[in-house]
Design a protein around this ligand. Sequence first.
Ligand code: TYD
Ligand code: MG
Length: 459
Amino acid sequence: MAKVKTVFFCKECGYESGGYMGKCPACQEWNTFVEKKITNDKTKDVFASKSPFGAKKAQVINDIESMSHTRVKTGYNEFDRVLGGGIVPGSLVLIAGDPGIGKSTLMLMLSGFVSQQEKVLYVSGEESEAQIKMRAGRLNITGENLFVFSETSITDILEQADEISPSYIIIDSVQTLYDSNIDSVPGSVTQIREITATLMRISKQNKITIFIVGHVTKDGGIAGPRVLEHMVDTVLYFEGERHMSFRILRCVKNRFGSTREIGVFEMRDTGLVQIENPSQAMLTGRPLDTPGTAVVCTMEGTRPMLVEIQALISNSNLTNPRRMATGFDYNRVALLLAVLEKRVGLKMYDADAFVNVIGGIKIYEPAADLGLAAAIISSYTNKVIPHDYIFFGEIGLTGEVRAVSNIEKRINESIRLSFKTIVVPTGNKDAIESAITNKNFDLNGVEIRYVGNVKELIW
Ligand code: TYD
Ligand code: MG
């Protein structure tokens, strides 16, 4: 007879324990433990323990056939770049993002492109076939090889996959699917975990590339257990402000390539359009001759990108002045305000400060510090930064401006977009001078200005 065992696990991270716990020791969340009954059924066990990779014996490394190096194009250079050069056949890719950001649109456009060569099964648990058809019509997607299936039962989906035998399966979204053998609602940790495990097995055994769409919760994590991220080969985040048009595809895990690259897209009426020259796009419509705006150069993977940062400093009537940061790390902004107060003498204690990165972009790089400081000082003093100035440098707690990496790429991009005064850290001077000697830049009329401390920042 099957033996029933009870275990408890955390619905945030999937941590498993024999007894109930108030606080999860793995992710430190409170009241996340739920009970699960496990039937120790022998037939099920055999199925569960089957390796997804097929090999039953360890092999000598020299004898193993390596994975195919051929990568398949997605139809978007920007997407290919993020994946490390294209899709690796047989991989399992998770695309996560806020609702409404464009995941389904991206997946449908990808399906439209790859189905020109091979069969694609597009499974939607959120939209009906007619709805998908309507969207496909708007995006101009047609094809004999693109199969659309509105279904939430994993058993039925696998049956269809078996019948069609596609090379690609899109699952939109993992939170809507359920496995009827599991006694919990769709979207629960147990369901997501089991369904992903099933998809992984299918993908590895039959060399099917599977894209799984996943929603993100309010606090930015993928709704569901962390194990989801551990199981898949690649994790991509599709991000941006919903009401702004730019979208960034960012890789956070990649078993087949670097995780440093991003892809830039714009959501238009005709679908997603890739932006191969993001700096230009980000700077269009920039207000000139207005205090409180500065341009910085941030490195996104191997690619430099120019972005506008705005700051608004105003008198506060509140006991605790307001601080707000969009697109920039809040703590970093607080730190920079403190440095500017202490080292430059800005009186920030009775001022509200708002910081915004234009275009719905998120900046993670400290090299943008100097530009942010310039925008803050400009708003505070009401003094316009000339529109052809650009800044890069990291600011330390003593106000020192520290050298940044990839200085040549940043300068070249700035010159390409017609900036005339480039404000850089003194620490980069040697590198820049040798680059000038080697004629790596065409400085023609461009001034490089060095700053060692934020106090020296003037324009
Ligand atoms: P969608 O792909 O459904 O988002 P997700 O799957 O991530 O929830 O896209 C949602 C938004 O995109 C929707 O609000 C409308 C907009 N959109 C366009 O602007 N242009 C288009 O061509 C399409 C298909 C969608
Ligand atoms: Mg969707």
